[in-house]
Design a protein around this ligand. Structure first.
Ligand code: ATP
Length: 234
């Protein structure tokens, strides 16, 4: 079996004295799209932020491409190739689309990459000089995705890309994510929309109150009665 690009064992995180994540273990292999699903408050965002290093966590093993990153700063993790698209996009609304993209190269990446990203998201070319805040929700999600891709990541962490989007736009954003996977990008996709996330994933993990309660091939989870009832409302 191919060696994992990301290996997490025994990860815990808390907010003050309140535990948010307990004994999380997961792995992601190169080229995989792994979905993390679970209800609101299950701990998906905290997990993504713990992997990117912006959320303090204690962990028994945290390896990226064989390297121990447990004590690496968030910036160092970006330099190694981990990029996060945060929940709620976190753009700079007054800055232009182009400047938001260029900010993505702060720790890693290059200006040349801008044209490639614009090739992937034609809407960003049209709106290149407009303030990011004037874009629709779906367009802002594409911009947030484009900004993370500016770093040419080896692992992309996508947190709740469907948040606040109409179903048609969710489908469009997820098509982009599926295309990135097809082009070889390794992705962790955390989303409350379990059906849409599992539909494009290779494998999935289900989270409940800060723990991973089970995991398996995405297709099996998609058809699992318990997962369907708890997370897909059917
Ligand atoms: P959502 O989809 O709403 O983002 P989630 O699965 O991503 O949910 P988290 O946001 O990681 O879940 O939250 C996990 C737990 O940690 C929840 O009980 C939440 O209330 C708590 N929590 C999250 N952020 C904070 C914070 N800044 N301070 C205190 N508790 C927090």
């Amino acid at each position: 079996m191919t060696q994992a690009i990301l290996e997490v064992q025994g990860l815990d995180s808390r907010y003050g004295r309140v535990p948010a994540l307990t004994d999380i273990s997961l792995e992601v292999r190169p080229g995989e799209l792994v979905a993390i699903v679970g209800a609101n408050g299950a701990g998906k965002t905290t997990l993504m932020r713990s992997i990117s290093g912006v959320q303090p966590a204690t962990v028994r093993t945290l390896r990226f491409d064989g390297q121990d990153i447990a004590r690496a700063t968030a910036r160092k993790r970006v330099q190694l190739g981990i990029a996060q698209v945060p929940e709620g996009r976190q753009l700079f609304p007054a800055l232009s689309v182009e400047d938001n993209l260029l900010l993505g190269t702060f720790a890693r990446g290059s200006r040349q990459r801008l044209e490639q990203i614009c090739g992937m998201f034609p809407i960003l070319v049209q709106k290149r000089h407009d303030p990011a805040g004037t874009l629709s929700g779906g367009q802002q999600q594409m911009l947030a995705l484009g900004r993370a891709l500016m770093t040419e990541p080896r692992l992309l962490l996508l947190d709740e890309p469907s948040m606040g989007l109409a179903p048609r736009l969710v489908a469009e954003v997820f098509q982009h994510v599926a295309a990135l996977k097809a082009a070889g990008t390794t992705i962790i996709l955390a989303d409350q929309n379990a059906r849409a996330a599992l539909a494009i994933a290779d494998r999935g993990y289900v989270m409940e109150t800060g723990r991973i309660i089970f995991g398996g091939p995405a297709n099996a989870l998609l058809h699992d009665e318990k997962v369907r009832q708890a997370y897909m409302g059917m």
